[in-house]
Design a protein around this ligand. Structure first.
Ligand code: CS2
Ligand code: MG
Length: 402
């Protein structure tokens, strides 16, 4: 029986920080897991290095479920983004190994294909409406069939989701950037620019929008009602999702579909949202919600309540996560859509391989395992740099959700 012989925690920063776990078995088979938690990367690296790596040495890599239970129950302290990201990295690395040992791409171990490809959405943004509309046109011409639209709110310093350069990177400063927020200005402006985008797109392209945790439940209800005729594919994170009850109030007022879950990390955090059908899409991910093993449990629960998947897939989730997500997405019955912001060439040179993007859909690698390889030599050229996500402050200076 092969055993886990080596555990490497690999920190690199090809344009942005990533933490990757590599497990090597006594047979020399390696598996990769993404362990990146944007703005708190080193906490997960330490958790893996100081607390999980010593527990993994000598274990049977084939015992994925037992290892998951061992690390989850064995922590005693339950859940949370650092713990669940660390467990996720181990889990995904073990699925990578199992696929390589079986000579099969991971999706074949998850029940095989349920669909021909994985529909993705991209991020269009602009400092003003004309710039946003040009960006929307550019993505439509690239073949995307689902586009998220975000524009800067006039008069605010810094706006969520507005790209500077080729890829949107919110964690861009060595200390948190302080960005302004004004709910009334947003509630007045966002429906207008989304209407302009819907008019530009017509009806054949999905239109998505990320509220990014910024509204109270009644404000979110008001926003949802104000965009109903735009037929959004979803409004994302309309209100902070820790308070699952809050979504009942939104549901009472609007039929605009709701997506949430990217900051959540266990089935317990989304149980009520799913079982009361308070959301339409669950956005939990392989990297922050306990890996493939736990994410499948969340998605199977969601399927019972006609909630579809809509996993987070921003640039700060590494190409290892993208690959693992697509293996899950192609197999699950209740797939909805997969976010795909993409990665820079610098990043893709370090993380080689993975899914193929074609006509607005991702297709999993047919290589055994996840299909991603990590270039240690190249990675070593990009040392970690402290980077933080911004914070948001209201006009009176008080802190708001970013
Ligand atoms: C966003 C992310 O992609 C999304 O839906 O919510 O850009 C999010 O802000 C970042 O991943 C945070 O690191
Ligand atoms: Mg989001």
């Amino acid at each position: 029986m092969a055993t886990i012989e080596r555990v490497d925690i690999l920190v690199t920063s090809p344009g942005r920080n990533f933490v990757t776990l590599r497990i090597t078995t006594s047979d020399g088979v390696t598996g990769l897991g993404d362990a990146t938690l944007n703005g708190r990367e080193l906490a997960v690296a330490a958790y893996l290095r100081d607390h999980l790596a010593p527990l993994l040495a000598g274990r049977d890599p084939a015992r994925i479920e037992d290892t998951w239970q061992y690390l989850y129950r064995g922590a005693y302290w339950r859940r949370g983004p650092v713990t669940m990201t660390a467990i996720a990295a181990v889990d995904v690395a073990l699925w990578d190994i199992k696929g390589k040992v079986a000579g099969l791409p991971v999706y074949q171990l998850l029940g095989g294909r349920s669909r021909d490809g994985v529909l993705v959405y991209c991020h269009a943004s602009g400092a003003d409406v004309p710039a946003l509309l040009d960006d929307v046109d550019a993505y439509r011409e690239k073949g995307f069939r689902a586009i998220r639209a975000q524009a800067a709110v006039p008069g605010l310093s810094g706006s969520y989701g507005v790209r500077k350069g080729t890829i949107y990177e919110p964690a861009a400063t060595a200390l948190p950037d302080e960005q302004g927020w004004d709910t009334e200005a947003y509630l007045d402006f966002a429906p207008r620019y989304l209407a302009a985008v819907r008019e530009r797109l017509g009806s054949g392209i999905h239109l998505l929008h990320d509220v990014h945790h910024r509204l109270t439940p009644i404000e979110a209800a008001r926003f949802g009602k104000s965009v109903e005729e735009l037929r959004l594919f979803w409004m994302e994170d309309p209100t902070p999702a820790e308070n699952q009850d809050a979504f009942r109030l939104i549901r009472q007022h609007t039929t605009t579909p709701i997506a949430t879950g990217e900051v959540l990390n266990s089935i317990w955090d989304v149980r009520q949202l799913i079982t009361e059908q308070l959301i339409d899409y669950v956005r939990t991910t392989v990297v922050h919600a306990g890996g493939i093993t736990h994410l499948r449990r969340i998605f199977d629960l969601a399927a019972l309540y006609q909630v579809r998947t809509g996993s987070h897939g921003a640039t700060d989730l590494s190409p290892v996560s993208t690959a693992a997500a697509v293996h899950v997405d192609i197999a699950v019955s209740n797939f909805g859509i997969q976010e795909h912001m993409g990665h820079t060439e610098e990043t893709l040179n370090v993380f080689r391989g993975g899914p193929r993007l074609e006509n607005g859909m991702l297709h999993p690698s047919e290589e055994p395992g996840l299909g991603v390889e990590y270039d240690d030599e190249l990675a070593a050229r990009y040392p970690y740099e402290p980077r933080y996500l911004p914070v948001a402050r209201r006009l009176d200076g008080s802190l708001h959700d970013w």
